[in-house]
Design a protein. Sequence first.
Length: 480
Amino acid sequence: MEANDLDELIGNLRLIGTDGQTVEVKSGVGKSIVETLSSFSNTAGGTIIIGISETEGMSPIAGFDAAAARSQLESRFAQVTPIVRANIDIVPFEGSHIVVTDIPELLPRDKPSYVTARGKYQGSFVRTGDGDHRLAQYEVDRLVEEHRQPVWDDEPVPDATIQDLIPAALTDYLDSQRQQRPRTFAHGDETALQRLHLTKENAPTLAAILALGEYPQEFFPRLTVSFAQFPGTSKGDVAQGLRLLDSRTLTGPIPELVEQTVALVGRNMGTGALIEGSYRRELPDYPLTAVREAVVNALMHRDYSPLARGTQVQVNMFIDRLEVVNPGGLYGTVTKRTLGKAGLSSSRNQRLSTLLEHVHLPGGGLVAENRGTGFAVMEEALRKALMPPIEVSDDLTSFTVIFRRRRVAPDERRSTARDKVLAELSDRESVSTTELTQSTGYSRTAIQRAINELVHDGRVEPIEPRRSPKQRYRLATNGT
């Protein structure tokens, strides 16, 4: 490192008062430095500076023996697997000499870096903030998974049989495959099921159960989608005593999970209207095309390893954003930087991804294209809806897609549940809460809240006694 660069780096550390995500300051070469070597190698690399006192304003240590420290650091390099390969420089600094080394990030195929004496599962670290944190077994497994193609989706489900697949969906899939590759069926359907990786060892594979199963949660209770609508900007916010405005656990095969999730988002979000000339343009908070792509990606590319099967895909709706979270970070050659690049795709679950290319959604259309175009589709949908670009968060344990709620246009009028209730009542003698939920697409909670407001304002009145299960509502006779 050049002296000028070092001066600037330490100058910044003095302003901050501590080391950081990519810089570690040490007074000497102690035993703990091997943890930093591991963490920088497993994260994004970093610089280690030895011979500086953090507690004394990042000043050089008097009498520091830089040559001895360099020799000690070389021996520490050999205590990490893979052995650290990095230059060690002795650099003059403020009348003294200090030791500086830049630790490169390892390639995915070489991770994890770990303290040899502690082993892979006890000695692997990652850099978080200004500290080194030991990786959990699950995180280490995800790093090791990058060395080879995962095959969790190709495992047989021992307790399941072919009868646990939806007959119509299975027939539809087999018919399409029979037309495309007739030789696969030359020795009968049973052999074809094995060649198509729908069955293995006389049982359906995990991919088959997830894509075509009648009820996958019979075998994997937590492979679900959890939907939650929060009243504030975080999970801890409470509005009028409510922690959740809506909360559901969705079950079924992946095609049904996609449709149910998108429908829930549609019911719970707002829709504005922008008048352009003689035309009315609907502007939803979140374009459902983009939401569908995000949910499909989450279910298709999530981690299905045994340790992750107790974690569901989460769809969290806050007042300012929508988040879609799946277990397991990005896999393979895809990084946050390359997301959305045409044609670039890595499938953690190859069998499942291939299968979903040929399985239809309940409402029509194939579940997935798997051509690396999902993020491009989302970005285009957001652009058309006057929304900011997608944000993503990625680590070893999860991947999150964040949609920021669209800003309201100057000439826009919001369409609310209250508006929908009044519109329905203007055309009908009376309606129930259930009928309004079905006809408007809003959640029961949103409809009931709108009705309560309208009753309070004197614009709507109940027909039955207050707690009657047969309650219906109509426009108040003196309502306007």
